[in-house]
Ligand binder design. Structure first.
Ligand code: NAP
Ligand code: ZN
Ligand code: ZN
Length: 350
C-alpha cells in the first residue's frame, strides 16, 4: 500500500480537514501518479455538502481535475513511462464492454461510470478518493497524456471544466456562423467561452455579474449580456443557436430558453441542487431543444487536451495552497472565482 496525504470532508457541514489514507500498490495496468495540481470544481462543493441527494460517502477526498508526474507503472502499461506528465479526470473506470463503453462514450456506461471519488470502485468495497491528495493510482485506460507544452497548473481544469464544455460544443457542431451564448462566467463558463471562440463562433457571455464584462471580453467574448437587465434580455430574444448553460444555482429556465432562435439548443451542464421548472411554451415555440451532457469519453478528452496544446488553450487559474480550500469554496459559491481555483499539491507535502 502507498501512504497518501490529503484533505477530506468528514461530513456535509464541517470544513475540509487533513486526512491520511492509503492507495493500492500499482497493479499490472495501473499508473501511479504523484499529483502536482488539482483544480477545484463546483461539483466538489455539491458533493462535499451532499447537495445532489443520494447520500455522499465520507470521509471524502474530492478533486477530479488531477495532473502530475508518473512515479511508477504496472508491468503491462503501454501508454506511460516513469516521468511522463499525466492527468485523471472525473472517471476512473467503467464496465468496458457495454454499447457505450465500446463506443468511446464510457461516461454513459450502462452500468454507470465509476467516478474519481464519492463512490466505490468496481470491486464494490474500495472507496474511490480524489485529487486533493499527494498520489493516485489509476488504470492506464482512464489516464490522459498531458503535453509538456501546456502550463501544468492551468491545464488541470481541462480534465473536467475543459472536457465538459468541449464535448457538447463539438456535438452541437458549433463553428463559424454559429451564435453561441455561454451562461455563467465561472470554471466551466470561461472554458466554454474559449472553446466556442476557438471553434470560430460568435460568442456572447450571459452573466449575472456586471463586474465580469471586461474579463469576458478579454477572454474572447464578442458580446456581454447582463441577465438581470430585462431590456438587454429582450434585445437578445430568439438570437442564439446554442446556449451553454453552466449555472450552478437555481435560475429561471424560461428566461434563457426565450433567447434561443428557431431550432436552437440549450446545452445543460450546470447541475444546481434543485431541479428547475421548465415552461413548455418556451420550449415548443421556436422548436427548441434541451440537451444534457456529462463530461466526455476518454478518447475525446485526449482529443481535447491535444487541441488545447495545439491552440495554446488553458484555464485562467488562481493557485492556492490546500490550507485555503474552505475559503476557496466560499468564494466560488459567491461567484468570486477568476476563473478556476487550482490547489498546489506541494502544500500537502511540506
Ligand atoms: P462555478 O465556477 O462556481 O461557476 C458557476 C457560475 O454560475 C458562477 O460563476 C456564476 O456566473 C453563475 N451563477 C452562480 N449562481 C448563479 C445564480 N444564482 N443565477 C445565475 N447564475 C449564477 O462552477 P463550475 O465549476 O463552473 O460548475 C458549474 C456547474 O456545472 C456546477 O453545478 C457543477 O456541478 C456542474 N458540472 C457539471 C459537469 C457535467 O459533466 N455536466 C461537470 C462539471 C461541473 P456569473 O457570475 O457570470 O453569473
Ligand atoms: Zn468537475
Ligand atoms: Zn459500460
Amino acid at each position: 500500500m502507498i501512504p497518501a496525504k490529503a484533505y477530506a470532508a468528514y461530513d456535509a457541514s464541517t470544513p475540509l480537514a487533513p486526512f491520511d489514507f492509503s492507495r493500492r500498490s500499482p497493479g499490472l495496468q495501473d499508473v501511479q501518479i504523484e499529483i502536482l495540481y488539482c483544480g477545484v470544481c463546483h461539483s466538489d462543493v455539491h458533493q462535499v455538502r451532499n447537495e445532489w441527494g443520494g447520500g455522499s460517502i465520507y470521509p471524502m477526498v474530492p478533486g477530479h481535475e488531477i495532473v502530475g508526474k508518473v512515479l511508477a507503472v504496472g508491468e503491462q502499461v503501454k501508454k506511460f513511462k516513469v516521468g511522463d506528465l499525466a492527468g485523471v479526470g472525473v472517471m476512473i473506470d467503467s464496465c468496458r464492454v457495454c454499447k457505450h463503453c465500446t463506443n468511446d462514450l464510457e461516461q454513459y456506461c450502462v452500468e454507470g461510470m465509476t467516478g474519481t471519488y464519492n463512490t466505490y470502485e468496481r470491486d464494490g468495497k474500495t472507496l474511490a478518493q480524489g485529487g486533493y491528495s499527494t498520489q493516485i493510482v489509476t488504470d492506464e485506460k482512464y489516464v490522459l497524456k498531458i503535453s509538456p507544452k501546456l502550463d501544468l497548473k492551468a491545464a488541470a481544469p481541462l480534465l473536467c471544466a475543459g472536457i465538459t464544455t468541449y464535448s457538447p460544443l463539438r456535438y452541437t457542431k458549433v463553428g463559424k456562423g454559429t451564435k453561441v451564448g455561454v451562461m455563467g462566467l465561472g470554471g466551466l463558463g470561461h472554458m466554454g467561452l474559449k472553446f466556442a471562440v476557438a471553434f470560430g463562433a460568435e460568442v456572447t457571455m450571459i452573466s449575472t455579474s456586471a463586474s465580469k464584462e471586461a474579463d469576458a471580453k478579454k477572454l474572447g467574448a464578442h458580446h456581454f449580456l447582463l441577465s438581470s437587465d430585462d431590456e438587454q434580455m429582450k434585445k437578445y430574444a430568439g438570437y442564439f443557436d446554442v446556449i451553454l448553460n453552466t449555472v450552478s444555482a437555481r435560475h429561471e429556465y424560461h428566461r434563457f430558453l426565450n433567447l434561443l432562435n428557431l431550432n436552437g439548443t440549450m446545452i445543460v451542464v450546470g447541475l444546481p441542487s434543485e431541479d428547475p421548472q421548465v415552461k413548455l411554451f418556451s420550449l415548443l415555440s421556436n422548436r427548441r431543444s434541451l440537451l444534457g451532457s456529462v463530461i466526455g469519453g476518454i478518447k475525446e478528452t485526449q482529443e481535447m487536451l491535444d487541441f488545447c496544446a495545439e491552440h495554446d488553450i488553458v484555464a485562467d487559474v488562481e493557485v492556492i495552497p490546500i490550507q485555503r480550500i474552505n475559503e476557496a469554496y466560499d468564494r466560488m459559491i459567491r461567484g468570486d472565482v477568476h476563473y478556476r481555483f487550482v490547489i498546489d499539491i506541494d502544500s500537502l507535502r511540506n
